[in-house]
Design a protein around this ligand. Structure first.
Ligand SMILES: [Zn+2]
Length: 151
């Protein structure tokens, strides 16, 4: 083994993109269900209208299914009728990170958990929803876990 450790700066990962929670692929496979793994770690998409939360109005905080980081709240959730849970803003600045996604012939902005870099969904803008931001964070239910204050 002649892998240099901490001796050279990698050029592929820009500074400031390190995430607090880093696990190996096999660790994620062990901890997540196959569907969670497919969406969170392989940027998959659950089928619309099939997820647990697309039509949920329960009050609470939506955590990252992979690491438990608090990402969204029911206060910013709105009915977009797109088949996935939709939010007009994250819980706070910096809870999610954004990546340009040009796969599938579309130019989209991918939303990932800032804490563990797991895939959450995409964010769309200027669609005309009557929300304070006119943004739609279109998030997979399987990427989230709703924690209700009553529990
Ligand atoms: Zn996370």
């Amino acid at each position: 083994m002649n892998t240099p450790d901490n001796t050279s700066k990698t050029t592929s990962v820009p500074e400031g993109t390190a995430v607090p929670v880093e696990k190996s692929d096999s660790q994620w496979r062990e901890e997540l269900t196959p569907e969670e793994y497919r969406v969170l770690r392989q940027a998959g998409t659950e089928r619309p209208y099939t997820g647990e939360y697309w039509d949920t109005h329960t009050e609470g905080v939506y955590q990252c299914r992979a690491c438990g980081s608090q990402l969204f709240t029911s206060q910013e959730k709105f009915d977009s009728h797109c088949g996935w849970p939709s939010f007009w803003a994250p819980l706070a600045e910096g809870t999610v990170r954004y990546l340009h996604d040009r796969t599938m012939g579309m130019d989209r902005v991918e939303v990932r958990c800032a804490n563990c870099d797991s895939h959450l969904g995409h964010v769309f803008e200027g669609e005309g929803y009557e929300t304070p931001t006119d943004q739609r964070f279109c998030i997979n239910s399987v990427s989230l876990r709703l924690v209700s204050p009553k529990n």
